[in-house]
Design a protein. Sequence first.
Length: 133
Amino acid sequence: MCANTVLLPLVGILIGLSFAWAGNAQAMLQTREIASLSDYHEGGFAEYVYLYQTAILIILITLVLWGFAGLKVFDSWWPTQTANYPYFATKAFLFMLASLTLRSCWQVIMGSQWMLLAQKKIKEHLGKDNDKQ
């Protein structure tokens, strides 16, 4: 019941937010400033790209599993009267996954904001260097 009324619409909102911010981040990743910033990052440019891809994957996995919960697939596997422990473990796993999804969505937003601030600082720094010449 919880999957249908609360969490599926919530995951839909989180997916929309994450895709919007990931699009913003992808546009910033294509700038010269962020490309040069990634040269100083241990994981390089690829780590920035895979960070957003992983967040979207976590969101999609959560959506699919909560969709199964909304369709009562897990209820047919483990009726609550006969198998209480596996049912509790499934519920705990789904809520843990929902928490991880919320964290991933926030990470996408924070990463995009961080890159925006870094891009501005790099442009300011480059502007000061050009003024000295």
